[in-house]
Write a protein that binds this ligand. Structure first.
Ligand SMILES: [Zn+2]
Length: 325
């Protein structure tokens, strides 16, 4: 039944609760604040994020100087990679949406600081501007990728700085290359073919996180590869993070219903779906002082959850009154 707190938590996870807004009296459900783990802020109107249900974002490719100037305590809370690290002439250098400020072309595999074009120099620069992760581009479909030495130097320096490495892996063998190099996360669920069970088992054992972006591929084969790969990863106990690549394509800003539905179809459903959206990674804890509010009656069945989440918005926690328990 709709008002049963046990049924509610079964469906939506341990933090779901019935509530009402103090000012309007509107009733609904409160959930932990949501993070979109893959956005590009310079390409969207970020003011629409919180009204659309997103309280925190991970920017996976932007200008580190601009990102460093943001107020630390604002909502949405922003963690970022800073610039893409790539090979000379590699993806996404030269793309209309990727000005020079957001790309660093690595010309020297040096792990020493201060070497022009050096791998460590690029990592150090992002770290000095407050990056929480390092983004590396391994896209073999449109240009060169960093060679083995540069890749190893980037990962080693990031490790030293305590920064997880997020890989954009696209093209045959690229997810394997990223995993073997020690990448901690995939910016997109691998979509260039099926990765297979051994790859997934290794990814789970290594503690990798996979950022979903299931709704991004235009090619149906790529979309189906991503769905199957993520389903396998999730079923094997892998840590799935909701991410949309917001800024890529013209889409409404906020919770993206197509991504939520695609996750649901990949078997990341109900409480697992909420967990993927509420995971604060790379931060240790969710942003404080805010709560997700979904107005109206709660869903009563697993099949209703994805559609119901369209109504999510971010509200100050103090604005919600919890009547139950
Ligand atoms: Zn992206």
């Amino acid at each position: 039944m709709p008002g049963d707190p046990f049924a509610l938590r079964e469906l939506l996870g341990p933090d779901a609760a019935l509530c009402r807004r103090a000012i309007t009296g509107e009733h609904g459900v409160s959930l932990p604040p949501f993070t979109d783990h893959h956005v590009h802020l310079h390409l969207i109107d970020e003011r629409a994020l919180a009204p659309g249900g997103i309280a925190a974002v991970l920017d996976l490719g932007g200008d580190p100087v601009a990102l460093a100037q943001r107020p630390a305590d604002a909502i949405p809370r922003v963690a970022y990679a800073g610039a893409f690290l790539t090979a000379p002439g590699g993806y996404p250098a030269g793309r209309p949406w990727a000005p020079p400020q957001i790309v660093r072309e690595i010309t020297d595999a040096s792990t020493h600081p201060g070497v022009p074009g050096g791998a460590a120099t690029a990592v150090d620069e992002q770290a000095s501007f407050g990056a929480s992760v390092i983004k590396i581009a391994l896209n073999s479909t449109t240009g060169p990728i960093p060679d083995a030495d540069a890749l190893a130097a980037i990962v080693a320096t990031a490790r030293e700085r305590g920064l997880p490495v997020v890989a954009h892996a696209e093209g045959e063998g690229m997810p394997q290359l990223a995993a073997e190099a020690g990448a901690d996360a995939f910016a997109h669920t691998p979509f260039s073919g099926y990765v297979g069970r051994a790859f997934i088992a290794h990814a789970v054992a290594a503690g990798q996180v996979w950022i979903s972006t299931l709704a991004i591929p235009d090619d149906p084969d790529a979309a189906e590869s991503a769905r199957v790969n993520l389903a396998g990863f999730a079923a094997a106990g892998g840590r799935v993070l909701y991410g949309t690549d917001l800024g890529n394509g013209d889409r409404p800003v906020g919770v993206i219903a197509e991504e939520v539905t695609a996750l649901d179809r990949a078997g990341v459903r109900g409480a697992a779906l909420i967990a993927a959206m509420a995971d604060p990674w790379p931060a240790a804890a969710p942003p404080s002082g805010v709560t997700t509010f979904v107005p109206g009656d709660p869903p009563t069945h697993l099949d209703e959850v994805a559609e119901w989440l369209r109504g999510a918005t971010v509200v100050p926690s103090e604005e919600l009154i919890h009547d139950e328990c």
